[in-house]
Design a protein around this ligand. Structure first.
Ligand code: TYD
Length: 207
């Protein structure tokens, strides 16, 4: 049984996850805490290689099922190699995206449905986040924020895909309100970060 605490961040591209993760990281580190920060897809040498294949714009012929399996493969490696041992050792793990990204992007965005959670049950090895911070935004807010940077293969998907991802996140939040805390990404950076801090503090207190 895991003793550590597992926090994931979720949201559309451009929802401000990176900024908030950086703030939380600084805060925990200044408290002298032993925290591991990871990102998906990635976080191990094998998972980083899989990430390159998935996000490569040159791989335009990649099928939706291949994409879904690659995300799950990268996750399986990350869970077994890094997340599970860290939690067993009682550490706090923070991950930029996790299973909910596959549900939102592949099950809803790519419309692959229930097979996504079925496949991912092998990747998760029984591990689920204790707390998921969902930065709620619509497809347009994200689009404005990422307009000026070079887009990867997923960010180049059409608006209809992004609308489905957004809807997917809404349903994930509704389905699991104890774990998933939705915060309006339009709020100020300060308000969002203090809300996140409150959640982290109170949840870890209960754990
Ligand atoms: P990344 O550059 O890390 O995006 P961000 O900074 O917004 O997190 O790229 C990850 C992309 O992969 C992002 O567009 C979301 C997508 N993704 C999925 O489609 N399914 C998944 O399971 C995961 C983890 C990510």
């Amino acid at each position: 049984m895991s003793k550590g605490f597992f926090i994931t961040f979720e949201g559309m591209d451009g929802s401000g996850k990176s900024t908030q993760i950086e703030i939380l990281k600084k805060r925990l580190e200044s408290n002298g805490e032993d925290v591991i920060f990871l990102r998906e897809p990635g976080g191990t040498p094998i998972s980083e290689k899989i990430r390159e294949i998935i996000l490569d714009k040159g791989n335009s012929e990649m099928t939706d099922v291949t994409e879904m399996l690659l995300y799950a493969a990268a996750r399986a490696q990350l869970v077994e190699e890094v997340i599970a041992p860290a939690l067993r050792a009682g550490r706090t793990v923070i991950c930029d995206r996790f299973i909910d990204s596959s549900i939102a992007y592949q099950a809803y965005g790519r419309e692959l449905g229930d097979c996504v959670s079925a496949v991912n049950s092998y990747a998760l090895g029984g591990i689920m986040p204790d707390l998921t911070i969902l930065l709620r935004s619509d497809a347009n807010l994200g689009e404005t924020r990422i307009r000026d940077r070079e887009k990867d293969r997923i960010e180049m998907a059409p608006d209809s895909f992004k609308d489905r991802v957004c809807r997917g996140y809404e349903l994930i939040e509704k389905a699991d309100p104890d774990r998933v805390v939705g915060i309006d990404a339009r709020d100020t950076v300060e308000n969002i970060s203090s809300r996140i801090w409150d959640e982290v503090e109170s949840r870890r207190g209960e754990a």
